[in-house]
Design a protein. Sequence first.
Length: 128
Amino acid sequence: MKKILFICVENACRSQVAEAFFNKYSKDARAYSAGSKPAKEIDPKTVEVMKEKGIDLHGKKPSGFQPLQSKAFDIIITMGCKDSCPITPKEKTIDWRIENPKGRPIEKYREIRDEIERKVSQLIENLG
């Protein structure tokens, strides 16, 4: 089973959204997420917009990289934070360059959520 890692700085929005969509839609792979500087909690607007898609992130906690050190990932996807994320193997890393909606109106969160959902669906399709 392939393992995918989604990374953003706080693991409070973008990478959590990607992990949730991936694990909802994929049957043959498993996703994880982490942040280089994890927040204390998932952004409440992220929880709200994911609930609109039938995914409950309430109670999930942002995570750093330490709990994942023993896992070997097939693909690592950064959300546009490559400069502040740890060095990842070039041949396994994809940078999606997705804007951070933190502090923006709820509409921006929905826009980012939908962009991530499209990219995750495409990734799963490409994994075959």
